[in-house]
Each structure stands twice: as structure tokens, then as C-alpha cells.
Design a protein around this ligand. Structure first.
Ligand SMILES: Nc1ncnc2c1ncn2[C@@H]1O[C@H](COP(=O)(O)OP(=O)(O)OP(=O)(O)O)[C@@H](O)[C@H]1O
Ligand SMILES: [Mg+2]
Length: 364
């Protein structure tokens, strides 16, 4: 372990971040093996904020394009080596995502055969269903850094600048092996409703289309949107692969709950029936919502020093989530009772007498 520490110090003194990262990773692995999980995780989370590890990453970071006026960077770069992505998707989508990954992995071979690799992907679906997470997952599996450009922040009030920024981003992403991820892709189309001059906007869209055409011959591009209906045909045509990401089904919700609960998921198997109710209550929620609810419950358990969370905790949090915290206790009592929680238990959970609970339920 001392070797790693010395190497990290050496790397720091020589301003060699890749060395620091390499040995910090090794140190974290050793700490983890020694059972010092907390420290290992601390190191790993520090590393994931520093998206530098390889020469490519360093180049990408030092040359990231900036807006001419604001001097702000117009892309974010994610290092796949340091990002841990867990994804739960319906089987058919998972299959398509994996196929896309395989094509990227074998794209040289495909090109050698004179074929075109399917390397453009459009993801659409409601907020929080995992579009950005899928892009990160593809980056992780292919080892290609993800260059994220948010189209909504790109559309500046100065449309002239927008075209310039778009060109800069494509040139930048084209010069290194990476995946270009155009997030909030509909922003381009949305700008139509704003007060921009139509001619100017047309030029922006045309420059986007031209850049896409030139770029995609050699590289990988993913775009994501919540509003597929706003994209016109000319844009759709440029994507070889299109995926609609929907809400998870019951099986998916179960997997998500188990995953987000992590080591707090013991009760889930012991109290299957109760958890089935929770799963049922999570129907129509996005993975992002489910994650928020579970994380709130876990946080509460940690604060209270509990090693477990229960189905009841999840039901209460779910109710609070749905009502945005604005409810009266009668409604919560009714909700818990409808979800199979006994009067005795409700009284313990809410610190009320069984009699109060009984009266409440009678009234309703
Ligand atoms: N399918 C999924 N599997 C696992 N986790 C998910 C999934 N979808 C979303 N999440 C979780 O929810 C969070 C938000 O998801 P993400 O940002 O990928 O959604 P999005 O579809 O890109 O939403 P938006 O349209 O708002 O950009 C992620 O950080 C991730 O933890
Ligand atoms: Mg997103």
C-alpha cells in the first residue's frame, strides 16, 4: 500500500494526473480488499469527479471548446473509466443497446468490409427514464469518452454564435476517439417558437445537419430528447438507430428497487408480499423518481442508525412524494390501510393510538 502512496505523491509532484489516478485506483482496490470500504469509496468518488485518466482524456479536457463571448466551456467530458453505471432496461431495449455497443466495438472491421457502421442513435422518452444514463453506459462499455453537449444551453440568444459553437463541437469531437452526445436535442426545434429570425434559425439547423453528415462517417453520435414530435424528418433520417425509452414494467421496477436499496434490501425477500404492494405503487413512476424515494428512505434510516428499511417506510415516502408533502394524516392512514398495513402497525408508525386509527378509518 505504501508503494501506491509514494507513486501518487510522485505523480502529484510531476503534475501527472494519469499517474495519480492509476495509483489512487490501485490504492482504493487494496483498501477495499482490506475491508476499508468507506475510504476506498471516498477515493473512488474523488476520482469520478476528476475525469482524467488517459492521454485522450487529458487532450479532450485541455482542448474543450469554449463560447467566444462567455469563454465558458460548451461541452462536458465524461471519463468512462471512472463512471460506474447501473442500468435497468426492458429486454428489447437492452438488446438494442447491446447491439449498438457491439457495432461500435467492431466498427473498424465493418468498415474494412466496405459496409457502413450503424453509429448514430436517437433516444427519446419522458424525463428520468434513463436516456442520459444509457449514453453513459455505452461510453462505459466501449471505453470511449463521452463528450456531452447540451443543446439547450447552446442555443444562445445570439444565433450566429450557435452555428459557430455547433461547428466547434463537431470539429472537437471529430478529432479524437469519443462519443458525441447531444442532450436536450429538441432545443434546436424549440427555438422556432422563440423570437428568432426564421432565416437565421434555418441556417443553424442546416449547419447542424451538415455537421452531422460529415461527422458520423467516422465517429459515434447519440442524441436524446423528451420531445420527439418536435424533430423534423430531415433530422430523424440521420439516425440509423432510434429507441423509445418507456417506463419500466413490474419486473424492471423490482430490479430497480433491489438495486437502489443495495445492502438495505434484505427485507425485500423476507417480506415479499409487502414489497409487491410497494412495487405496485411504483407503477408509472420513472426510475429517477423511484431512486429519489428510495434514497430518501435510506438517508432517513442512516440518520436514525437503522440497518434496515421496511416496505412501510417506502409506502409512506411514496405517499409523501405523490402528494408533495401536502396531505393530512387521515389520508395517509387510509393509504397505508389500503396497502395492507394493519391498524396496530399504522399506530406504531405514525405514533397514534389504535383507537384514533380505527376512528379515522371508520370516518372515511
Ligand atoms: N433505466 C434506468 N436504470 C437505472 N437507473 C436509471 C434508469 N433511468 C434513470 N435512472 C436513474 O435516474 C437518474 C436520471 O436518469 P437520466 O438522467 O438518465 O434520465 P433522462 O431520461 O436522461 O432524463 P431527462 O430527459 O430529464 O434528461 C439517473 O441518474 C439514474 O440513476
Ligand atoms: Mg437526460
Amino acid at each position: 500500500m505504501y508503494t501506491e502512496i509514494i507513486k501518487i505523491i510522485e505523480g502529484g509532484l510531476k503534475k501527472d494526473p494519469s499517474k495519480v489516478i492509476l495509483y489512487a485506483k490501485k490504492l482504493a482496490e487494496k483498501l477495499m480488499a482490506d475491508g476499508n470500504e468507506q475510504l476506498a469509496k471516498g477515493i473512488n468518488s474523488l476520482l469520478s469527479n476528476k475525469a482524467v485518466s488517459t492521454v485522450t482524456m487529458e487532450q479532450l479536457l485541455t482542448t474543450a471548446p469554449v463560447d467566444q463571448e462567455t469563454r465558458m466551456s460548451i461541452v462536458d467530458v465524461f471519463n468512462p473509466a471512472l463512471v460506474d453505471v447501473h442500468l435497468v432496461l426492458p429486454e428489447s431495449i437492452e438488446k438494442k443497446v447491446n447491439e449498438f455497443i457491439k457495432v461500435i466495438q467492431h466498427r473498424d472491421k465493418i468498415k474494412e468490409m466496405g459496409l457502413t457502421a450503424q453509429n448514430t442513435l436517437l433516444l427519446y422518452g419522458a424525463p428520468g427514464v434513463g436516456k442520459t444514463t444509457i449514453a453513459k453506459y455505452i461510453s462505459l462499455k466501449t471505453g470511449l469518452p463521452l463528450v456531452i453537449a447540451r443543446m439547450d444551453s447552446l442555443i444562445s440568444s445570439l444565433l450566429g454564435n450557435t452555428s459557430k459553437n455547433i461547428r466547434k463541437i463537431f470539429e472537437y469531437a471529430d478529432s479524437k476517439p469519443c462519443i458525441l452526445f447531444l442532450d436536450e436535442f429538441d432545443a434546436i426545434a424549440k427555438a422556432r417558437d422563440d423570437q428568432h429570425e426564421m432565416g437565421e434559425l434555418k441556417r443553424v439547423i442546416n449547419s447542424l445537419l451538415q455537421n452531422i453528415d460529415l461527422f458520423t462517417q467516422n465517429n459515434v453520435m447519440i442524441a436524446a430528447t423528451n420531445h420527439p414530435e418536435l424533430l423534423d424528418k430531415a433530422i430523424w433520417r440521420r439516425f440509423n438507430s432510434v429507441m423509445e425509452i418507456g417506463q419500466p414494467n413490474v419486473e424492471g421496477i423490482e430490479k430497480l428497487v433491489e438495486m437502489y436499496l443495495g445492502k438495505f434490501n434484505e427485507n425485500m425477500h423476507e417480506e415479499k408480499k409487502k414489497y409487491d404492494r410497494v412495487i405496485h405503487q411504483f407503477a408509472k413512476k420513472t426510475p429517477s423518481d423511484i431512486r429519489t424515494i428510495i434514497q430518501n428512505v435510506i438517508t432517513q434510516a442512516v440518520i436514525e442508525g437503522r440497518k434496515n428499511v421496511t416496505a412501510e417506510d417506502l409506502l409512506i415516502e411514496n405517499f409523501e412524494f405523490d402528494t408533495h408533502g401536502k396531505y393530512n394524516s387521515e389520508d395517509l392512514i387510509k393509504y397505508l390501510s389500503e396497502n395492507g398495513i394493519s391498524r396496530q402497525q399504522i399506530s406504531e408508525l405514525l405514533n397514534l393510538s389504535v383507537r384514533q386509527i380505527r376512528n379515522n378509518l371508520k370516518e372515511v
